[in-house]
Design a protein around this ligand. Structure first.
Ligand SMILES: Cc1cc2nc3c(=O)[nH]c(=O)nc-3n(C[C@H](O)[C@H](O)[C@H](O)COP(=O)(O)O)c2cc1C
Length: 178
């Protein structure tokens, strides 16, 4: 029996609307998608949180993230899930930041041995798709089977429950048949 965990990082408080305006939003887009996926596939749900506190101001986060990316900063993870070795299928969610995943995802992925695991990325964004994120994931998780993943338009996620549920269930089906 496959054991599944959905792991995600998401910014709370503010996000971009489809017309690129800053809107208040209690739950981040990736968090909403992660909950839909978790509802579809069961298992565990784990939120990656950063030890550093990002600004509540969207434009400031944009700049902070750019500096982190340019410096290759390994942003500290507040807490890691216990017993990750028990899981063989990992749905991995993050927003697209500057055309890849946020630096905290690099820190998180570098913490574990992923060999033999199946990683299914989902990336929310406002137009850049998955960017270079899957390439960057593959560089880190040697020995894992990294799937193509899905790009979700962040501002639309809340209206996409049915589509996301169907996609997530299909991923489990495909992997079960391999
Ligand atoms: C620091 C930062 C950088 C971003 N860079 C991009 C980008 O390069 N391409 C893109 O399409 N969207 C970009 N976005 C938009 C987010 O990917 C999008 O709003 C996402 O759904 C936010 O997810 P969250 O609410 O879970 O944090 C960026 C947002 C932030 C905060």
């Amino acid at each position: 029996m496959a054991k599944t965990i959905t792991i995600f990082f998401s910014i709370k408080g503010q996000t971009l609307s489809s017309d690129m305006k800053i809107v208040e939003q209690e739950k981040g887009n990736t968090a909403i998608a992660a909950e839909f996926i978790h509802n579809a596939v069961g298992g565990e749900l784990f939120e990656i949180e950063t030890a550093r506190v990002y600004s509540k101001d969207h434009m400031t986060i944009i700049n902070e993230a750019k500096q982190e990316l340019e410096a290759g900063t390994r942003v500290e993870v507040k807490k890691y899930p216990e017993n990750l070795e028990e899981y063989d299928t990992i749905f991995l969610g993050y927003p697209n930041w500057w055309n890849t995943m946020p630096m905290v995802m690099f820190t998180f992925l570098e913490h574990y041995d992923w060999s033999g695991k199946r990683i299914i990325p989902f990336c929310t964004n406002e137009g850049s798709g998955l960017g270079e994120s899957v390439r960057d994931i593959k560089k880190i998780v040697k020995g894992a089977d990294v799937k193509d993943g899905i790009s979700l338009t962040g501002s639309q996620v809340k209206n996409m429950e049915d589509k996301i549920l169907a996609w997530a269930k299909e991923q489990l089906q495909v992997t079960a048949n391999e």
